[in-house]
Design a protein around this ligand. Structure first.
Ligand code: ZN
Length: 363
């Protein structure tokens, strides 16, 4: 019999059955992985998720730069106004603000489109890259996600960016009106405008939500498309839901962590409130309600039956995550107890969890 050992992932807490004798008949006939293949797969998953995060981060920075460009232009226009606010020409100033924000909205939309295109490419390449690293070769095909899908999401983003700048425009106009009426000084108006369009302002918060959600959605759609094509040549290919690891994640999504199903099937995801479940092909499924998708950072990874997962329904929470939401520890402990058949391990596990809670409460 071929000796096997368990190799545990540092990142995903996946324990994969590995075959010590690479190239053996058993390895060829099952989905077991050699240690190097298991490591390569995990590294590839991590690499891709880091790229996805980088694309979202860069998209956010580009949108912020677009809004800052509009703010700089508005500052310049305000600086050109006479020192006496009674001489300000409100109508002209308002149209200058509208023009600056119009350019800002266009630049922000272009930044989001660029991020969407990169996310689509990355999502497409994730499945063949990860499976290839695990030794499961999948032929590379032309992008399967319809151009219309990405275009529709891009045009949705453009209209949302226009909404954002339109709201900012109204708020800025209000500040300008207060100034020409003598209710506040030009200095106070400038300060208020910087608050509206600044990095911590409402405009940026909304833009960030759009970038994060829609870029991750295109990535997930492209990934599902690639997964469906791969399933045609890799019998038994599954997809596994992985939670985001965010501090304030949805509890129902945390519970989905580790669940794996056939590629064409839908996950049944509980609603955060009101009871019931929603069917989702993948995280950020456009067919799911907004309450299940906005700001969701969850993802799917390929999963094969021979790749034994030690913790199929959860990934251990970090001390920081438990500190933010202590019930996470109880949930993880409950599941771990249920899964473990060894009394000694159950006891040790309890001790570790209690120690973790203790650490979390001390910080
Ligand atoms: Zn999620």
């Amino acid at each position: 019999m071929v000796p096997q050992q368990q190799q545990r992932s540092r990142y995903w807490d996946i324990t994969i059955t590995v075959d010590k004798e690479a190239g053996s008949a058993r390895a060829a006939s099952s989905n077991a992985l050699t240690p190097s293949r298991a490591k390569a797969f995990e590294d590839e998953v991590q690499r891709h998720l880091k790229w996805r995060t980088a694309i979202i981060k860069e998209g956010r920075q580009d949108v912020l730069a677009a809004l800052q460009g509009a703010l700089a232009e508005i500052d310049r226009r305000l600086a050109q106004q006479p020192a006496d606010w009674q001489l300000w020409h409100l109508g002209r100033l308002r149209s200058q603000v509208a023009a600056a924000l119009g350019h800002g909205a266009e630049a922000a939309s272009n930044a989001v489109k660029k991020a969407l295109a990169r996310a689509e490419q990355l999502g497409e390449s994730f499945v063949p890259d990860a499976l290839g690293a695990a030794g499961v070769q999948v032929p590379r095909m032309a992008p399967g996600l319809s151009a219309d899908v990405v275009e529709n999401i891009a045009s949705f983003c453009t209209s949302r960016m226009q909404d954002v700048t339109h709201e900012a425009q109204q708020a800025i106009n209000h500040q300008l009106s207060l100034t020409v009426l003598g209710v506040q000084t030009p200095f106070e108006a400038t300060r208020a405008i910087h608050k509206i369009l600044g990095a911590d302002g409402a405009a940026m918060a909304r833009s960030e939500r759009i970038v994060r959600t829609e870029v991750a959605r295109v990535y997930a759609l492209a990934q599902q498309s690639a997964m469906e094509r791969a399933a045609q040549v890799v019998p038994g290919l599954h997809k596994q839901w992985r939670r985001s690891g965010k501090m304030h994640s949805r509890k129902s999504h945390d519970r989905m962590d580790g669940v794996h199903i056939a590629v064409l099937r839908h996950f049944k995801v509980s609603r955060e409130s009101g009871g019931g479940t929603d069917k989702m092909l993948h995280p950020l499924d456009p067919g799911a309600p907004v309450s299940q998708t906005v700001n969701c950072g969850c993802t799917c990874i390929p999963w094969m039956p021979g790749w034994q997962v030690k913790y199929p329904d959860y990934k251990p929470f970090s001390v920081k995550e438990i500190r933010v939401r202590p019930e996470r520890s109880r949930r993880a402990e409950k599941k771990e107890m249920k899964m473990s058949h060894c009394p000694a391990w159950r006891k040790l596990s309890c001790l570790i969890k209690n120690y973790t809670i203790c650490l979390a409460s001390m910080k």
